[in-house]
Design a protein around this ligand. Structure first.
Ligand SMILES: Nc1ncnc2c1ncn2[C@@H]1O[C@H](COP(=O)(O)OP(=O)(O)O)[C@@H](O)[C@H]1O
Ligand SMILES: [Mg+2]
Length: 343
């Protein structure tokens, strides 16, 4: 909760930057802040009340109280207050496929962290993501429990549709609805109460086309999108429309999209990102990686300096491969000089 003391000392410009909706409070109360942007809120209010002392229309204390209440209420309404924001996610150990306890007590992942999940096919990577999505409380085959902000999460998260805890990009994305890309995005935008719908939809399709090899447009029926295109669409949609504080990604590498761009688009500074992957570049882009073996979390490895240095080299190799792929697609004869990593 924002306190009166803090708000009183805040400069008007930073108050507007942090709480843009305060502009309508200013308008409602006919407060003209022009020229006062660098003054503190309290100073502005008291100087205003000096000026209008005769009319007694502005009361510093009342307005101070009212503005704090207004901001706190808006923050709650928008789901931006501390209780609604996710600061951390904790995995409490469960059991592997043989019923043996996982070799740790709990793993805490903080806001802004990227964690990759690695392990052989069938080892339980998607299962771990599903536990998080369901905010498991010893009610899944793994017996794991998930805490949000160190507490057992409210079950409202499981069933809410608008304000979801988790945005999930799953391995298989099959559309059955008979909708165009435009209609599909309109539905999403409306369900998320987006204001400038047209502009947002345009941003999504542009972002999606930057990720997918072959481009598509708003009239394309979603059922005729290729695997890569629908994946690109879902990633752009999640990145731009979703307000979920946790993003789960299940093996985006096989979808024929630019996965580094995809990850950069999805990762915003205040989210928690978990991704199951076999891709060294994606795995090393994470801060740490969870290693899964036989259904259980076997260990957690921090991405170290050596690995980070490798990442730069791997990205060069990746660009080279990408380049080769493009030449192949265009039906060209490949040339040895295309193996130059510094192209
Ligand atoms: N700890 C566990 N206990 C029981 N079953 C598990 C456990 N972990 C995974 N499984 C099951 O094993 C199967 C393969 O797991 P999955 O998560 O799909 O593997 P991956 O995504 O790594 O290929 C799934 O049916 C899953 O429910
Ligand atoms: Mg899987």
């Amino acid at each position: 909760m924002l306190s009166k003391d803090i708000l009183a000392k805040m400069k008007i410009q930073s108050m507007i930057d942090q709480y843009p909706f305060i502009v309508s409070f200013l308008k409602d109360n006919q407060l003209d802040i022009a020229g006062y942007e660098e003054e503190t809120w309290y100073h502005f209010l008291s100087s205003m009340s000096e000026q209008t002392k005769e009319e007694q229309t502005i009361d510093t204390d009342n307005l101070m109280e009212a503005s704090v209440a207004y901001i706190n209420e808006m923050l709650r309404f928008l789901g931006l207050d501390e209780e609604s924001t996710v600061q951390s996610l904790t995995i409490i150990a469960g059991k592997d496929k043989d019923g043996r306890s996982e070799g740790f007590d709990r793993i805490k992942i903080n806001k802004s962290e990227i964690v990759s999940i690695v392990g052989p096919t069938g080892s339980g990577k998607s299962r771990l993501l599903a536990d998080i999505e369901w905010t498991a409380s010893k009610d899944t085959p793994t017996d794991r429990a998930i805490l949000i902000n160190d507490q057992t999460p409210d079950k409202k998260w499981r069933y809410s549709t608008g304000n979801k805890l988790v945005a999930q990009l799953s391995q298989n994305m099959n559309f059955v609805m008979d909708l165009s890309v435009q209609e599909f995005l309109e539905l999403h935008a409306q369900s998320r109460l987006v204001e400038n719908e047209k502009e947002t939809i345009q941003r999504i399709i542009e972002a999606a086309n930057k990720l997918a090899g072959e481009s598509f447009d708003l009239d394309t029926p979603i059922t005729s999108l290729s695997g890569g295109q629908s994946r690109a669409l879902m990633i752009a949609d999640t990145a731009i429309l979703s307000t979920s504080p946790i993003v789960l990604i299940d093996e985006i590498e096989n979808a024929g999209i630019d996965r580094k761009k995809a990850l950069n688009l999805l990762v915003s500074s205040d989210k928690i990102v978990l991704m199951a992957t076999h891709d060294p570049i994606l795995a090393l882009m994470a801060d740490k990686r969870i290693v899964i073996k036989n259904g259980g979390i076997n260990k957690v490895i921090e991405t170290n300096e050596e690995e980070r240095r490798m990442l730069t080299e791997l990205e060069k190799v990746d660009r080279m491969m990408q380049n080769l792929r493009n030449h192949l697609r265009l039906g060209e004869q490949l040339k040895l000089n295309l193996l130059d990593r510094n192209l």
